[in-house]
Design a protein around this ligand. Structure first.
Ligand SMILES: [Zn+2]
Length: 163
């Protein structure tokens, strides 16, 4: 399914923030987004309930992305949560997050909050989940096509020209 223009625009905006040199990882993009918003984003490995991949929490003066510890596709989950943030979806407010910590033992609550398809814990609706999924997939695809170091690409081209 092709990503919507809204998703494509959001991915372009994030990639525009990418550092101009060196390897561009999802974590570095998260840092770049945080710097442009003037609001820190903390990345944390966490022991989330079974089946949950990631969670975005909104605190008073910073955001936090919690990624399930030991997840094989951590970057994908991080990109998904970043998608929620840059596309203006709602994260979990800190008050709610604190309440959840107490109540997470309740599987009914987990079922209510957890999107079964994406393994994302949050109050976002189905449309928001699809957008975040599209965003994550497109961002990782585009990242894979970025030269990891732009200066080395120039050298390769020179080498080809003279080889
Ligand atoms: Zn999600």
């Amino acid at each position: 399914m092709p990503a919507s223009r809204r998703v494509t625009r959001a991915v372009n905006e994030v990639l525009d923030l990418a550092p101009r040199r060196g390897e561009v990882s999802i974590a570095r993009l998260v840092d770049a987004v945080a710097a442009s918003r003037g609001r820190p984003i903390e990345l944390k490995m966490a022991d989330l309930p079974p089946g949950v991949c990631g969670q975005w929490r909104q605190y008073a003066d910073y955001d936090a992305f919690l990624i399930q510890r030991g997840l094989p596709a951590g970057d994908r989950t991080l990109a998904h949560e970043l998608g929620h943030l840059v596309m203006g979806h709602e994260g979990i407010s800190v008050v709610e997050a604190a309440r959840n910590t107490v109540e997470l033992a309740s599987s009914e609550l987990i079922g209510y909050m957890l999107n079964q398809r994406t393994g994302c814990l949050g109050p976002s609706g189905e449309d928001a989940e699809q957008e975040a999924e599209d965003f994550g997939a497109l961002l990782i695809y585009r990242l894979g096509r970025l030269p990891s170091d732009r200066s080395s690409i120039v050298q390769v081209r020179l080498g080809e020209a003279f080889g």
